[in-house]
Ligand binder design. Structure first.
Ligand SMILES: Nc1ncnc2c1ncn2[C@@H]1O[C@H](COP(=O)(O)OP(=O)(O)OP(=O)(O)O)[C@@H](O)[C@H]1O
Ligand SMILES: [Mg+2]
Length: 405
């Protein structure tokens, strides 16, 4: 920080006069401050004073903006205040000879007036007792206001954290309840089929062709439902992200997308689906330190959905898969089909676990729930339907190029 002697004392005087902190100071006192106190410049993002440091200085913001943060009990940074022109900080550390209670960082290039303890003492020394009382009552009021604001800030944060915890628990409970409900159906059917078979086989009757056919049908029903229960459990396991988390690695994202597409294409071709892969990334934009498996899991689910839901019963059609930059900090992966589309009334529900319009064809309704979970919790990104899609469906996944740790 560079301290400069000020030639702008008239300007400083104007700001001082408007500052609530100096409201109780006399013109004479303010004149003294504006003449004697030096100015300093701080550039954006620089720390002016740090929590825990000793200081005998307070600052008045002449122009600019700073933020004050405090380290909470759990080591978290608690935002305490944002201050701008005419506001002061560091006053309590200066007057009480305390350590700084917070860290002050410039939010933009700022100009500050530096008022040190000796100058303040000089002013107090030359003041009448009434003036001194006024100064201190303004001071204590200000400090109370700051403390109140901080108390509210902490309270709001804690309340929010508690609410989020409750919300997470609720989601989990709903998920488990949904799973129990879903798995009950195939188990119930298996149960009925088993009892029919048991009854059939208990009476030693002649095995007619009809009876053999009935038993075969029951067995088939059982097999189908065991498979469904198995798929439900498998998908349910995938919902838990920790199962899929791998080490981050550096790889060519465009190549990884292309490889997954060609892998899935082997299956899709049977349903007459053609996939166009479009890479809009420049060479130097392709390197991604991320999760290869997660990316391909997302793609596989979206492509399978296009096959099953956009172009059902093997009618076939095109799917475009595009990788590009959404902005300089984010990738955008788009999977677009031109098929049946998703009716407006279903759109808000597609990411919900167990929502499916294909239950009778073996859909579990967990595919998009898994995708959503991976995008939001692992890639720290967002997934949405492209709102302006005319025909068919387009899923857009936007996620950071640099993954936060
Ligand atoms: N590309 C698409 N075109 C039309 N509808 C779609 C498309 N993708 C998803 N859907 C709709 O969203 C629903 C939910 O999809 P989701 O992948 O979660 O479940 P699912 O495919 O039915 O079952 P599974 O758990 O086996 O994936 C589908 O049942 C379907 O109605
Ligand atoms: Mg699916």
């Amino acid at each position: 920080m560079q301290i400069m002697s000020s030639e702008k004392s008239a300007f400083n005087f104007g700001v001082l006069k408007k500052s609530p902190f100096f409201a109780s100071f006399s013109e004479k006192q303010l004149m003294l401050i504006s003449e004697k106190a030096p100015c300093t410049f701080v550039y954006k993002n620089l720390v002016v004073s740090r929590q825990g440091e000793f200081s005998a200085t307070m600052y008045l913001i002449l122009n600019g903006r700073v933020k004050i943060e405090r380290e909470g009990m759990d080591g978290e940074n608690i935002f305490a205040a944002e201050l701008c022109d005419g506001q002061v900080f560091g006053e309590s550390a200066m007057l009480n000879k305390e350590l700084h209670q917070g860290t002050v960082t410039a939010l933009e290039d700022s100009e500050l007036l530096v008022i040190d303890r000796s100058l303040m003492m000089e002013i107090i020394h030359n003041s009448t007792p009434e003036e001194i009382i006024d100064i201190f009552s303004t001071l204590s009021e200000q400090m109370r206001a700051v403390q109140n604001r901080e108390f509210h800030e902490v309270l709001t944060r804690r309340t929010l954290a508690a609410q989020m915890e409750v919300e997470k628990q609720r989601a989990l409970t709903e998920m488990v309840a949904g799973m129990a409900h879903e798995i009950n159906t195939p188990l119930g059917i298996i149960n009925t089929a088993v009892s029919i078979m048991a009854r059939e086989l208990a009476a030693p009757k002649e095995v007619t062709i009809q009876r053999a056919a009935d038993i075969a049908e029951s067995l088939e029903i059982m097999q189908r439902n065991v498979e469904r229960a198995h798929k439900l459990v498998q998908n349910f396991q995938k919902i838990s992200v920790s199962q899929l988390i791998e080490e981050k690695e550096l790889f060519d994202i465009s190549l990884a997308v292309e490889e997954t597409v060609s892998l899935v294409l082997v299956n899709l071709k049977r349903s007459q689906i053609g996939v166009n892969f479009v890479n809009r990334l420049a060479f130097e934009q392709k390197g991604w330190v991320g999760y290869r498996g997660v990316l391909s899991q997302i793609l596989i689910n979206l492509l399978t959905n296009a096959e099953r839901h956009a172009y059902p019963n093997g009618i076939g059609g095109d799917v475009d898969v595009t990788i590009e930059l959404a902005d300089d900090k984010h990738y955008r992966l788009t999977v677009q089909d031109y098929g049946k589309g998703i009716p407006k009334e279903n759109q808000p529900h597609i990411f919900e676990p167990f929502f499916t319009t294909a239950r009778n064809k073996g859909g579990t309704g967990l595919g998009l729930a898994i995708v959503h979970n991976l995008v939001v919790n692992v890639l720290k990104g967002e997934i949405r339907l492209r709102p302006d899609q005319q025909k068919g469906t387009a899923f857009q996944v936007v996620f950071p190029r640099v993954m936060p740790d």
